[in-house]
Design a protein. Structure first.
Length: 306
């Protein structure tokens, strides 16, 4: 309970810091949401009236206090542009984002574990060097460039998938594959290092000495221990995918939270931007908290009292 209490306290402080920094940065932007809402031909009096109605003429600390007060009551605010509750806008987009997030993480894990395992077993060989080079390229490639290349190759040239939109598996496969290929490099590099360390442990040598086959040792003893460092990475990916799908969702026309955030950024819709950032931070903190709780359960060597 003490461990959980400490983690919850840290989570609350992190969320407070995230909302403070995000709100402060948006407060310092030279763009004026009131002017955008009023239009270019609006008089200064009309703009000032809109600014007063939205509370944008208040000092920073008052605006931030009002936001925190609403947040404690589950109120993420009201969109300046769409005139709807931010929670309602996000609720309409959360389903597609969760669907794409799950498919993307699944692709990451499948590709990352397969490539990392092969690289570890071929350590120092040509296959190892090629796979690690490809993983480095994957994690370094800009999402926009990779998404456009995959879209051109698989949708235009090969015509295997539709150009974009929201629907069944055919619409989900290409954006999920894009996320999986780009993110699998982190998992493959981490798994390779972890597997190399596990392969030199005494219990692996003991298993081999007992006459167990290579495949059985790999599947029963090596992989279950080598994948443990990947669990916290999955928790981090949950948060990253919740708020970091802006590029992929925009390229493929996927109607998720990332696309909502991109539209809000273009329109300087501050409540939506802060709302998406807050929910993403909650997802990251929640994912890490779940990983912290799961790791001691799957690996008794970890002492949560430390």
């Amino acid at each position: 309970m003490l461990f959980l209490g400490r983690r919850l306290l840290h989570a609350a402080l992190i969320l407070l810091g995230v909302t403070l920094i995000c709100y402060l940065l948006l407060f310092m932007l030279p763009a004026d949401p009131a002017r955008q809402i009023a239009g270019r031909s609006a008089t200064p009096e009309v703009v000032e009236n809109i600014r007063h109605q939205l509370g944008l003429d208040l000092p920073f600390y008052q605006q931030y206090y009002r936001y925190l007060t609403g947040l404690l009551h589950g109120d993420l605010g009201r969109s300046f542009i769409q005139r709807s509750e931010v929670s309602e806008l996000m609720a309409a987009r959360i389903g597609p984002s969760l669907q794409l997030m799950a498919a993307g993480i699944l692709c990451e894990l499948v590709l990352g574990i397969a490539l990392g395992t092969l690289a570890a077993l071929k350590r120092g060989g040509l296959a190892d060097r090629i796979l690690m080079a490809l993983s480095f390229i994957g994690v370094s490639a800009p999402q926009f460039i990779a998404a456009m290349l995959f879209l051109y190759l698989f949708a235009v040239v090969l015509n295997w998938f539709p150009m974009g939109g929201y629907g069944g598996f055919s619409h989900l496969a290409l954006p999920a594959l894009t996320l999986g290929v780009l993110g699998s490099g982190w998992y493959s590099r981490m798994l390779r290092s972890s597997m190399i360390e596990v392969l030199h442990q005494d219990f692996i040598r003991t298993a081999r000495a007992k006459g167990l086959g290579r495949t059985r040792v790999l599947l029963r003893h090596v992989l279950p221990n080598a994948v443990l460092p990947l669990i916290p990475m999955i928790g981090i990916d949950i948060g990253i995918f919740m708020g970091g799908l802006v590029v992929v969702e925009s390229v493929f026309g996927w109607p998720g939270i990332g696309q909502l955030a991109w539209q809000a950024i273009q329109q300087v819709d501050i409540p939506v931007i802060v709302g998406v950032t807050t929910v993403s931070a909650v997802a990251i903190v929640g994912g890490n908290l779940i990983a912290d709780l799961v790791l001691p359960w799957v690996d008794p060597r970890i002492d949560v009292k430390k």
